[in-house]
Ligand binder design. Structure first.
Ligand SMILES: *Cc1c(COP(=O)(O)O)cnc(C)c1O
Length: 368
């Protein structure tokens, strides 16, 4: 057990595959799937995850930035990759690595078309993003005509897809707003289809869209958080399998006496004799400071050990007074029972932020 003295994020690729198949089964046959592997596949690790999904014949990958796509290409991933936030200064790299840009404004369209002409590209795949209410990246409704004038009969590019993004797909209280977004997007698609002769892929839904809005599945869905084990409610999450387990070991156990303080700024004072365990994970690893001072906990031998005092950069201290444990014992930060979502609730945030905040210094391991 000596070599277990290291905090690790264990990634279950079989669970990933299950989640992919489960979510795909919610769509009509022949609906394509784009796996969103931005931000290191939500903090898990992008290359093993992409390789596993490639074995499942996934149709597309989505990354946020060019360098994330380059990493996948360098690791041998050959599936098409959409760069969701393609920036004009990276167009050269995109083409070099066969990455496909999201074109989201007249400005970026003109820049890409100039670049494509200069480089003498032929039918280079681009993806057009439309704003239907999120008001983030995307062309507005009233820019469609000008956009069409620029792309029609331009041999340097081809429109591979047209897409939009739902603002509140997880929230059924926002159903009316979401249906309006879907209608707006449908109208834009109709305008494009009346002018563009070549077929292009249409997509709008993220994970919660897949679950809540079958009328927004179109030709392809974009799965992120669902692949990694989280649906938009307890019922859907129960159908998914846990992918990520974060665990560590006890480095040291000490006994403190009544009146002794624990950790920085003496934030905790013992009222009686206590046993404190020191765990090698801290706020620099993504164990966030709001989890300190008894707000958060880890699991040791099946029991909850609450934090004692402030979270340090590289360590936490937990109260193990009533837990039978010894130095070297395993510590579970989160797994299928003690979920990322419970963590997120304590930190007043969402599972996405907890996962993506797990620092790169934590070793990723894989199980099949
Ligand atoms: C991140 C992202 C997704 C994935 O969303 P999930 O809620 O994680 O499924 C889909 N589409 C776009 C445009 C995104 O930025």
């Amino acid at each position: 057990m000596e070599n277990m003295h290291v905090t690790e994020l264990q990634i279950d690729l079989t669970a990933l595959k299950h989640n992919y198949q489960y979510l795909k089964s919610k769509t009509k046959p022949n609906t394509k799937v784009l796996a969103v592997v931005k931000a290191s596949a939500y903090g898990l690790e992008p290359t093993h995850i992409a390789a596993e999904l490639e074995k499942e014949n996934i149709d597309y990958f989505g990354v946020a930035y060019a360098n994330e796509g380059i990493l996948l290409r360098e690791k041998g991933i050959h599936t098409p990759i959409l760069v969701l936030h393609a920036q004009p200064q990276n167009y050269g790299l995109l083409v070099k690595y066969k990455l496909e840009p999201n074109i989201y404004s007249l400005h970026t369209l003109k820049q890409f078309l100039n670049f494509a002409k200069e480089q003498q590209l032929k039918e280079y795949p681009i993806h057009l993003k439309f704003n239907s209410g999120l008001n983030r990246l995307g062309f507005n409704n009233n820019e469609v005509n000008e956009l069409l004038k620029l792309v029609l009969n331009n041999p340097t590019i081809k429109v591979a897809s047209a897409f939009s993004h739902i603002a509140a797909s997880e929230d059924l209280n926002e159903k009316e707003f979401t249906e309006k977004q879907i209608t707006t997007f449908n109208n834009i698609i109709a305008q494009l289809q009346s002018k563009l002769t070549d077929r292009f892929t249409v997509h709008m839904s993220n994970t919660s869209g897949v679950i809540n809005y079958p009328n927004a599945h179109f030709d392809m869905v974009r799965l992120g958080i669902g692949l990694y084990g989280f649906g938009n409610d307890a019922k859907e999450t129960a159908q998914l399998k846990n992918v990520a387990t974060l665990k560590s070991v006890i480095s040291q156990i000490r006994t403190i006496q009544k009146g002794d303080n624990v950790s920085y700024n003496r934030a905790f004072t013992a009222q009686q004799q206590e046993k404190i365990a020191i765990i090698p994970i801290g706020h620099a690893d993504g164990f966030s400071r709001p989890l300190g001072c008894g707000n958060g906990y880890v699991s040791i031998n099946g029991q909850k050990a609450y934090t004692s005092g402030n979270v340090c950069m590289d360590m936490i201290l937990v109260n193990v007074t009533n837990i039978d444990c010894k130095e070297g014992d395993e510590v579970i930060i989160f797994n299928s029972q003690e979920t990322v979502e419970k963590f997120a609730t304590i930190c007043n945030t969402i599972s996405y932020e907890i996962l993506t905040a797990i620092s790169q210094r934590i070793k990723r391991t894989f199980i099949h």
